[in-house]
Ligand binder design. Sequence first.
Ligand SMILES: [Zn+2]
Length: 446
Amino acid sequence: MRLYNTLSRKKKEFKSIKDGEVGIYYCGMTLQEAPHVGHMRAALTSDILNRYLRYLGFKVKLVVNFTDIDDKVLLKAKEEKRDFREVTSYYEEEYRKASNVLNILRPSFYPRATQHIKEIIELIEKLLDKDFGYEVDGNVFFRVRSFKPYGKLSGKKLDDLRSGARIAVDKKKKDPLDFALWKAAKPGEPYWFSPWGKGRPGWHIECSAMAIHHLGETIDIHGGGGDLMFPHHENEVAQSEAATGKKFANYWVHNAMLNIKGEKMSKSLQNFIPINELYEEFNSNTIRLYLLQAHYRKQLNYNRDMLKQASSGWEHIKVFLDRTKGLEGKPIGSYLEGFEGNMNDDLGTPGAIALAFDLVSRGNEASPDEKGAYRETLLFILDSLGFRVEEEESIKLGEVLERILALRGSLREEGNYKMADRVRAVLLKAGIAVEDTKEGTSWRAD
Ligand SMILES: [Zn+2]
């Protein structure tokens, strides 16, 4: 598989450090808001990377972190008048639920920054020992100038950054480019004990510490949203490589942003669509289809019409699958090769999905004894891309039944027990047992 590497700005054949194993660290979300579609685009990119590497036979260790302590989290806790731990637990749960609905494979670890304070402190101590950092009044800063390759990931030059940098807001810094590794606690803020007094970690150091702890000093792939490339990922590279003397990540993968009216979807711009809102209208396969029809490195504009198109696109696929139910056949080799060809080219999901639609149109035209082969091939591709075909069918059955039972309920309310009993008898013939109790009506499929 060829993978685009932000570090070299080139697509290159992917090679893992250990044979047959891959370690991936993907920056997750800050637990201060409900997950929106932009967050799910990042989650889905890591999911496709995870799934396709597994498809190729790799054993994948995927780590997706949660930032559960920082200025934004504390601000949110203050607004909601709740403990920051309550706030972060709540949003973590929301994120996990949203990921389940979207059929995101659970990562190997979901570490939180506050679970790794020990590793964070050790890493900062290492940096201080090597003189890459300095302490001022209980704060520790990274000395950016001391790390010569600074800027190699984002392509920024130190001198340009310097002339562009505003006058240091924080007078404690020796250079405005320096960034915080450890922050002294202000009164009333949560804190941990450290060699520099009570405080909490800076944002960037947590990812270096968690990545190194879970995946080692050099990791195969580090990913995240493109908006994190600078300064977050640049600072991660600087801290990690300064501390270990080793290359931090062999490949850097960045997913492009999800824009809305030309701007990045984000809480700060107040233009985000919570994923739960979308789930009310569109099913998870539709949302997956909508997001995967754009290549992960291409900006995608949030667009309701495109979502509706994806919805009818998915219906189209479903109709074909329903019509060909029970048919079997041998998967068609040329399509499987086409699928791999697309995916091997930097996770070309748009091409892979185009093949799925092609299978549907050709399958519709195919003779009855050929249809099974199209069906099998389509199912294989959909499954490899993480669509949930079977489960959707059982959800649908549930929905239909609930409606029939509601109808039967109103018959009973009207006193039309004869008709209500007939509905029950018909359902029983179809293998669905309906039972009326004081608490209401329940059903069970045999
Ligand atoms: Zn990060």
